[in-house]
Design a protein around this ligand. Sequence first.
Ligand code: KE4
Length: 433
Amino acid sequence: MASNAELFERAQRVIPGGVNSPVRAFRAVGGTPRFIARAEGAYLWDAEGRRYIDYIGSWGPMILGHGHPAVLEAVRKAAIDGLSFGAPTEREVELAEAIIALVPGVEQLRLVSSGTEAGMSALRLARGVTGRSKIVKFEGCYHGHADALLVKAGSGLATFGHPTSAGVPPEVVQHTLVLEYNNLAQLEEAFATQGREIACVMIEPIAGNMNFVRASVPFMKRLRELCTAHGALLVFDEVMTGFRVALGGAHSVYAKALPGFRPDLWVFGKVIGGGMPLAAFGGPREMMSQLAPLGPVYQAGTLSGNPVATACGLATLREISQPGYFDALAARTRGLVEGLAGAALAAGVPLVADCEGGMFGFFFPRSTGDGLPQNYGAVMATDKERFNRFFHAMLERGVYLAPALYEAGFVSSAHSAADIAATVQAAGEALRG
Ligand code: KE4
């Protein structure tokens, strides 16, 4: 049996950084990534046979835990009927109907294979529908790796974004304006000076790519008002929050605080694929009808709506739509967050945490009394060294947290009360260590 280190050594010879997605390489926390051999329920086993309670859940998709029998059966049957046809199937229609039934405002949907593809396509649609080029995103939000979205905040407002990645020519991001999350003054100024040129504002309504930062209700209310007043589209990137923070996603959370609230376009991923490559974007029919083959905005994909992925997604949505599912998941997640807070208090370590539905985040502020970070700068000012020590101390105790202080955590319906108690116990030991 090869060790994680041996597998990592071998992987780095043939795959850049030894991983197919950078965050998996543990570079933010240091150490050797665990090569996962198998998973079941709330647990992962690595190549050395060590078991972990899994709080990554494949970065969100595994809301039912690993190997849910109904999901496995649906995938098995679909695979026997055919892996891919490159032609329409009834199941794609079923999945689109199921998502549309759960998200008021989405009248039509296009299925794609990744969140990046969904975000990129929604962006092109927003530009096509409005005939405008400028877009706004927020520092700390990640919407996949499409060129126009790989941008960091420029110095000051007027300057447009600068690429965060090599290989992205400056002219590709010249229309991308990056603002500070939850910063009303910057939002007002951007719209006052450029509102009529903005095609869309893309936002993670609860930013899981900053660990866990909520857009404040006043900020979200004003964002909606400004987009409406200037003819810009509000695009909700719910790849992570969709069907994860609530059955109706973050949209339904904000609609409780702001009756009638809704974005103009939605981006989905992760949970709707149940662990298989599937994502989507959607919105009102008259907007979506601008897409090929009906309209002038081109978008396509060989494996879009893949028959096995749609079977996996449909089976997942059926299970999470059961009455009481999210109440139970939210209670379990809250139990974890309260347990972590209690363990930190007992250990005299400052910790702040938050959760919604099956998604959670926690931070180690540098001083007691600091509240939950409200933007990227505040997140990155928290105690990274303490986070990294905690991450490894928990990993050694068989608890697999997200390997970066800017990533969110996920609880599944397979996590038992005993798993949560064991996690809190491990946290108490790790924090006192
Ligand atoms: P994918 O292309 O990775 O399927 O989705 C991109 C994406 C878009 N929008 C949001 C809000 C996302 O969180 C993501 C992807 N999330 C990361 C986790 N931070 C996936 C993990 C990874 O990059 O390996």
